[in-house]
Design a protein around this ligand. Structure first.
Ligand SMILES: [Zn+2]
Length: 356
């Protein structure tokens, strides 16, 4: 990139898309620990790379993304001790201020949309302290609720009841005009609940982890959709002679041209085209889901979509039983309360949910 001098979007041939730079990859498990003074560890294909505010902002300046997140210490989860949470908050405030100061002197990021981060694990006092530390300078366009987990596939199993107190607290304590973002491969039921709590921006790591287990998303994305399976595992032998598309009516390239039987063959023989075709369908399906979330917010039917997706999720054979139990016992009550709050519609300045 130093030699190339262009933007990262031009470099990868995707300048028609919005490029967004995150500190950690939400799709991959982030190994905890390994912090040293003023640096956080990034785990790359070549091992551990320690990064500080200066080296991070040098990267941002080289990549020139349309949007980027300021360096933060999100290495906390529900089991983190108070000492680690305190350190994460101190580091995040420090990195925030350092990155903002450096940003002002860089030419490459003049037009980039900047997102800050709120750390503090599951400790509401720590979250408050972090908000007070980073929200003093009205510089960023929005905030990431960081430090809820260590990324990777396990996020799919996290339950809304565990994270909602933190999410509600942060949403209620940051300026309503700021974009609110949360990272991780949350299942669609949790996504709908997070939208109701006021979250605007998600990522597509869920599509990646579903593809990694050779599955295709088929859950309902609209209130008028016919109920199919929540997702299909294309490795299952009965797909060997199923010559229908993954999802009838889907307009993606995969469903337009290929059958379940062909994709079953590809994933069985571990041909690279298998996950490529699954990714095309899964991302298309997930984007359709978000388009419909925006539509449902507009016409006031988000609660109907949530009911339908939750029911399908709870009756699907592919879903972990412990998740279903939680949703069937207390998930519904919670959902009703959240809809009454109408966080997303009371705030006129709030943007509509998007997936990056
Ligand atoms: Zn498709």
């Amino acid at each position: 990139m130093t030699v190339y001098k262009g933007t990262i979007a031009e470099f990868v041939g995707m300048k028609e898309c919005i490029s967004c730079l995150t500190v950690q990859d939400p799709a991959d498990y982030t190994l905890p620990g390994h912090h040293i003074q003023d640096c956080i560890p990034l785990w790359t294909r070549h091992g551990k790379v320690m990064i500080n505010a200066k080296s991070y902002m040098t990267l941002v300046d080289l990549f020139k993304p349309d949007m980027y997140y300021l360096l933060s210490d999100g290495d906390t989860n529900i089991a983190s001790p108070a000492k680690r949470i305190k350190k994460a908050v101190q580091n995040t405030i420090k990195y925030h201020n350092e990155c903002v100061d450096i940003h002002k002197n860089l030419n490459g990021v003049k037009n980039s949309f900047v997102m800050g981060a709120i750390a503090g694990g599951y400790d509401l006092n720590a979250r408050k302290q972090c908000i007070e530390g980073v929200c003093q300078k009205d510089f960023v366009g929005g905030y990431l609720i960081d430090g809820l987990h260590n990324n990777g596939p396990e996020v799919e199993l996290l339950q809304i009841g565990e994270i909602s107190p933190v999410v509600e607290f942060v949403v209620n304590h940051i300026e309503p005009t700021k974009l609110r973002s949360i990272h991780g491969c949350w299942n669609p039921v949790v996504v709908l609940k997070l939208v109701q709590l006021g979250i605007d921006l998600f990522d597509t790591s869920y599509c990646y982890i579903v593809t990694e287990r050779s599955c295709a998303l088929t859950f309902v994305t609209d209130i008028d959709d016919k109920e199919e399976m929540f997702e299909l595992n294309l490795r299952q032998p009965h797909f060997a002679e199923d010559f229908t598309p993954i999802l009838t009516g889907c307009t993606c390239l995969t469903c337009s041209k290929y059958s379940r039987a062909y994709i079953h063959h590809l994933v069985t023989v571990q041909e690279l085209l298998g996950p490529v075709l699954l990714t095309i369908h899964n991302v298309h399906h997930y984007m359709t889901f978000f388009n419909n979330i925006r539509k449902c917010i507009g016409n006031g039917t988000l609660n109907l979509l949530e009911e339908k997706v939750t029911k399908q999720f709870c009756t699907s054979e592919n879903v972990v039983d412990s998740e279903k139990d939680v949703l069937l016992t207390d998930g519904h009550t919670e959902s009703t309360e959240l809809i009454e709050n109408d966080t997303y519609r009371n705030n006129e300045n709030s943007s509509v949910p998007i997936s990056s």
